[in-house]
Design a protein around this ligand. Structure first.
Ligand code: HGY
Ligand code: MN
Ligand code: MN
Length: 414
């Protein structure tokens, strides 16, 4: 037992910071709407960077707006032990998704400062740009560019539905940083996050030791038929893009259900043209979010629904064009780092279990660069990507204590 083992974070301070950040983009139902690269994202970034500087951290921003806040270690040349997440949210998002991982990492730094602990390696807190992928695709854009999975120039050109580009929005909000994106040493990466599912709460566990992340494939489907008058056009002569889409959506749902429990598919975005009450729709664009714990499962689901699209298009005299917009294969985290999370959790005495994440996280791309591990805490009813998202202060504090001790073990401390 050494002196460090008794160190604990300040749960009230963590909760206070979470609630203060949640005010930026607060919604009536108690959630947060802080879309990537909006004025609210800038306001959130400014607030958290102010806290970073108050904690004595040196802040740098890279060309895609990723933020790094560095606390020196004894060995300035050692690769930093990094922890972080994202502060952009879903349109009807919650107070904890992403925000918790950034502020838990800040709370670790604040605790090290309070206790005058010097680490061997530097410690860095990271805020990744556009993790949610809702305003601009692909998902996990900033961490993906940092890891070299996405081409930076291509990412800066990506536009939202209003035609605004990532590059122009970064400039407009003042976060088009000077630091090169990537080529930034990372000794190890930790990410604390709410589970965003019901398993920890259902099983009475306070901490999830995350062993890996499900694979994800996002597609955009454009179904084309023919606009025609809703009155004079007989049913058998129509080329109705929305009827065709409805059959595809139902089929996608059946395919994922057939691959349960690890197969998942969601259609969350849909645009109908011309979207008029008395016109047979000639064009529909919709998204498909497909996930599975194994590549074979993803491949099977993908080939089944591509066949389904062709069959339905043929039967309804429409056409279906499929664009691949995001994908990452199932990820397993570094065994040794995962074990350090489990050991910290056991030392702290928290009920815990191993768990695979159904949600994607920036940690997926950091895992390509350095040993990476995640720490989950329960969220109420397993609900997330919803304004009612909630978590208990004591669980958030527990996860943050695990983060503190796993980082200390990795960073080396006096
Ligand atoms: O979609 C995801 O899994 C993450 O929340 N962006
Ligand atoms: Mn998240
Ligand atoms: Mn999310």
């Amino acid at each position: 037992m050494n002196a460090r083992d008794n160190v604990r974070v300040d749960g009230a301070r963590l909760w206070g910071s979470l609630m203060a950040l949640a005010q930026v983009g607060a919604t009536e139902k108690g959630g947060v709407r802080r879309l990537a690269l909006t004025d609210l994202d800038r306001e959130g970034r400014d607030l958290v960077c102010g806290w970073f500087r108050e904690a004595g951290l040196a802040v740098t921003v890279d060309r895609i707006g990723n933020i790094f806040a560095r606390r020196p270690g004894r060995d300035a040349d050692a690769a930093p032990v990094m922890a972080g997440s994202h502060i952009d949210t879903q349109p009807s998002g919650g107070r904890f998704d992403g925000n918790y991982g950034v502020l838990a990492a800040l709370e670790v730094v604040r605790t090290l400062n309070d206790r005058g602990i010097t680490t061997q390696c530097p410690v860095e807190v990271a805020i990744w740009t556009n993790e949610e992928g809702t305003r601009f695709q692909p998902v996990m854009m900033g961490s993906g560019a940092f890891a070299g999975v996405f081409d930076l120039v291509d990412m800066l050109k990506r536009t939202d539905l209003d035609g605004k580009s990532v590059g122009s929005e970064l400039k407009r909000i003042g976060y088009a940083g000077a630091a090169e994106c990537g080529n930034h040493p990372v000794g190890a990466y930790f990410e604390a996050h709410i589970e965003q599912g019901p398993v920890l709460e259902d099983t009475g566990n306070q901490v999830g030791v995350v062993t890996g992340v499900m694979g994800l494939r996002w597609y955009q489907v454009t179904v084309s038929g023919q606009d025609s008058h809703a009155g004079p056009t007989p049913m058998h002569l129509r080329r109705d893009a929305l009827v065709s889409t409805a059959r595809i959506i139902d089929g996608v749902n059946r395919i994922a259900t057939g691959h349960a429990p690890d197969g998942r598919a969601t259609v969350g975005f849909l645009q109908v043209k011309p979207n008029s009450i008395n016109v047979v729709p000639g064009e529909v664009r919709f998204s498909i979010d497909m996930r599975h714990a194994g590549t074979a499962g993803l491949d099977a689901m993908e080939s089944e629904w591509r066949a389904l699209c062709a069959e339905v298009a043929d039967a309804t005299r429409t056409s279906a064009e499929i664009a691949d917009i995001s994908r990452f294969e199932p990820t397993r985290f570094d065994e040794a780092l995962v074990s350090s999370v489990r050991a910290a959790t056991q030392q702290l005495g928290y009920r815990h279990m191993d768990i695979v994440s159904g949600a994607g996280h920036d940690a997926v791309y950091l895992a390509r660069l350095a040993p990476t591990a995640m720490i989950f805490v329960p969220c109420e009813g397993g609900i997330s990507h919803n304004e009612i998202e909630n978590a208990r202060p004591e669980d958030l504090e527990a996860g943050c204590n695990v983060l503190l001790h796993a980082m200390l073990a990795r960073a080396g401390a006096d």
